[in-house]
Design a protein around this ligand. Sequence first.
Ligand SMILES: N[C@@H](CCC(=O)N[C@@H](CS)C(=O)NCC(=O)O)C(=O)O
Length: 197
Amino acid sequence: MGSPGSRAFRVIWLLEELELDYKLLNLPPHHKDLLKFNPSGKVPALLDGDTCIIDSAAICHYLADKHQKFTFSPGTKQRALQDSFTFFALDDFETPLWTFSKNIFALPEAQRVPQILPQCKNEFAKALKTFEIRLGDNKYVMGETFTIADIFLTHCMTWAKSSRFDIPKGPADDYLQKTRSRPAYLRASEVRRQHSR
Ligand SMILES: N[C@@H](CCC(=O)N[C@@H](CS)C(=O)NCC(=O)O)C(=O)O
């Protein structure tokens, strides 16, 4: 559940990587059908049988662990390293992006604080430098193996580009070209395009 233009895109991308059948309910946040499962009204949510899982990170970890694909196994050092990239995406990248978006459009106008916007861009730029050092010469953050950490990082950096944050030519941009040319990413983008009509 959730519009493919939202964080639901992360889940759609993973479902496409896993080549699973799924039904997308293109619901906006706070839709009554969603509020039945998630009191915050936020998207995405995954309904699997009679269980509803909320939060894009929880959903992606559940799907990857269940199918043992695009993740290292829990309890391994590689999984800890993979998770540290995921949490980096959700903390160092997403926090300034979400604060920026809230103060540009998501909050009611009277609650917006425009003075915070430059700080969001600075925080993101700092995180981008850290990311490039951590990525090094790797194709994906865990080396040759594509994992869900790449989904969160790519989604955040794509969000940054669409909010006109600066991602200069260099390792991060080269990385994005690799992750965003994966066939599953292109299929997920097509789903998003069809649903945005
Ligand atoms: N940590 C959550 C965040 C979910 C979230 O904030 N989703 C946005 C759309 S991308 C939303 O539903 N916003 C409505 C709101 O904040 O009330 C996740 O990754 O699923």
